[in-house]
Design a protein around this ligand. Structure first.
Ligand code: ASP
Length: 455
């Protein structure tokens, strides 16, 4: 039995949904189908989820929402018409959205979540109706009835293991289960969404709970590429990679698969296959526990920007017990997670994603570090990029850091930070953002295009 997740572009139009139906029809083991909200039909298009966010924002400030609502309804209307469905599904969707909009707005986060989740919820109902209309035995399953239990606020939304027994039962249902991605319910029945792109997480949770033989994640590319194809010309395809390799790459900008989605599949050793809805016969990328590593040490190179660094200096920092803990506690008080903490004997830097920072938070942190930790200096610097080399074989390869550093040096960029995790599956270079593209290209050339890359 396979669990298949279809992403936004795979379910954006009637034509795409027909491809989805053919994919399901062509393999009777594809039993559990997780769907996203309709995504972009062309590159400048707006995803339904983004339309829903605008709709919720307007409703929250008490403005008239009719035109935003109509935009959302038109998307579903066009799809249902193209699929030859009768108007009853449109009525179901309109009634549902109007009911959601009329809900209490005292808790804006909850209201936003309820609106956002309608994107996948209504699309799942529509797709189930279409599959039935073409003669397939299919049924929409609400995550509340299906058992997708999640934790309470304020923590990051994560599935609770208590839901697993009920989720596992999805395997025994007759026909095809159509399950909306992106959200679950707390024990008291409150809806909560995962973070953006979270339908991948739903698919992985269902694959793990039902012990599926495979989790197929259908998107719009033939495979995962070894570098960003918009930066590197025709990067090579990755056919097999490990969970760890994918995790490292998706951490640093490989958006093809949500980084939190790997864990459930990994815990139950469910292989994941990234496939293309527009070209389902392409072999795709398999993500597995272990793989034959071949000769190439690096499987992929990722780059991500939007990082700031907090620099802290204090003479004799190395002998001060608890300094690191107290510094990180200040960040914890501000609810800021950290990415890396490279350090010298009398200094320590903390690399943080900009999304967690504001000017006020930075000023408060700097003041507290100086006052409470008696630091000689503390300041933030912005505009850093992290470039990450990833590969299981890197740990057995000598001279790899030297090769990477000299390739970076040739671009004229200066390395601000180097970090190698203890598993040696990745090597991170912190550089200035302006250097990101030349550095990525230089590293790609060094590890994928020179003769030595293949020995
Ligand atoms: N529709 C949601 C988003 O755009 C979730 C998903 O597609 O996975 O983020």
């Amino acid at each position: 039995m396979k669990v298949c997740k279809f992403g936004g572009t795979s379910v954006a139009t009637a034509q795409q949904i027909k491809k989805v139906a053919n994919i399901i029809h062509s393999d009777s083991s594809r039993k559990i189908i997780v769907v996203s909200a309709p995504g972009k039909r062309y590159s400048e298009d707006t995803k339904v989820t983004d339309l829903l966010i605008l709709l919720a924002e307007k409703a929250l400030i008490g403005q008239d929402t009719e035109s935003e609502l109509q935009q959302v309804l038109t998307r579903y209307h066009e799809i249902s018409e193209g699929l030859g469905l009768n108007d009853s599904i449109n009525k179901v969707i309109e009634k549902d959205l109007r009911q959601r909009l009329a809900l209490d707005k005292q808790d804006p986060i909850l209201f936003m979540d309820i609106l956002k989740a309608s994107g996948e919820d209504n699309n799942a109902k529509l797709i189930a109706a279409y599959l039935q209309s073409v003669g397939m035995e299919a049924a929409y399953v609400c995550p509340r009835d299906g058992g997708l239990l999640v934790n309470e606020r304020p923590q990051r939304v994560q599935a609770l293991p208590e839901g697993e027994t009920l989720l596992a039962d999805l395997r025994n249902r007759n026909g095809i289960v159509v399950f909306p991605g992106f959200f679950g319910y707390t024990k008291d029945g409150t809806l909560r969404t995962f973070n953006r792109g979270g339908s991948d997480i739903t698919g992985s949770l269902l694959a793990a709970a039902t012990r599926a033989e495979l989790y197929e994640n259908f998107t719009d590319v033939d495979s995962v590429f070894s570098a960003n194809p918009t930066v590197v010309d025709q990067p090579c395809a990755i056919h097999t990679m490990t969970y760890r390799e994918m995790r490292e790459l998706s951490y640093a900008g490989f958006t093809v698969f949500h980084d939190e989605a790997l864990r459930p599949a990994f815990l139950h050793s469910i292989p994941v296959c990234i496939k293309n809805t527009n070209n389902p016969s392409a072999r795709g990328t398999m993500i597995v526990k272990e793989r034959e590593c071949g000769t190439r040490p690096v499987v992929g190179i990722a780059a991500d920007n939007g990082f700031s660094t907090l620099f802290v200096d204090k003479y004799l920092m190395n002998v001060e017990i608890g300094f690191g803990r107290r510094l990180l506690e200040i960040l914890e008080d501000e609810e800021i997670p950290f990415e890396h903490t490279p350090s010298g004997i009398d200094n320590m830097s903390v690399i943080i994603r900009d999304t967690f920072l504001t000017e006020e938070k930075e000023a408060r942190i700097v003041r507290r570090v100086k006052e409470e930790l008696d630091a000689d200096d503390a300041y933030f610097r912005q505009d850093y990029s992290m470039v990450v080399l990833v590969g299981e074989r890197m740990r057995d390869t000598t001279g790899l850091t030297a090769r990477a550093a000299s390739a970076i040096a040739k671009t004229g960029a200066s390395i601000q930070m180097i970090n190698q995790g203890s598993t040696e599956v990745s090597l991170v270079f912190g550089i200035h953002r302006k250097d990101e593209t030349p550095v990525l290209r230089a590293l790609y050339e060094e590890f994928f295009q020179t003769a030595v890359a293949h020995v």
